[in-house]
Design a protein around this ligand. Structure first.
Ligand SMILES: [Zn+2]
Length: 92
C-alpha cells in the first residue's frame, strides 16, 4: 500500500524546525502548519517563521499540543510580499 494521501504529511517538531531553519537561513519565509487532533483540520500559523507549542483550530476551537508539524516555504525574491490569507494556503 502506498502512503495515505488523505493524511497531511507532518513530521516530528524537531525535524520540522531543523528543516525550516535551513529555509529561513537562505532567506525564505516559513509558515508552520499542524493538524487538529480533534477534527483533523489542517491549520497554518499566521506568524511567519514561528512555531508554537500549541495551536488552536479555527474549525472546532480545539487546542492541539503539537507533537508533529509541517510547514510551507515562501521564497522571497526582491520585494516583500504580503502573506496570503489563511484560506488561500493549501499544502497541495
Ligand atoms: Zn479542529
Amino acid at each position: 500500500m502506498a502512503e495515505d494521501k488523505r493524511k497531511p504529511k507532518d513530521i516530528p517538531i524537531q525535524e520540522a524546525l531543523t528543516l525550516a531553519q535551513k529555509w529561513m537561513d537562505s532567506g525564505c519565509t516559513v509558515f508552520f502548519k499542524f493538524t487538529c487532533e480533534n477534527c483533523g483540520a489542517r491549520q497554518t500559523f499566521s506568524e511567519p517563521n514561528t512555531l508554537y507549542a500549541k495551536g488552536k483550530c479555527e474549525e472546532c476551537g480545539h487546542i492541539t499540543a503539537l507533537k508533529e508539524a509541517g510547514f510551507m516555504v515562501i521564497k522571497v525574491s526582491g520585494a516583500l510580499t504580503t502573506p496570503l490569507p489563511d484560506e488561500s494556503i493549501s499544502p497541495n
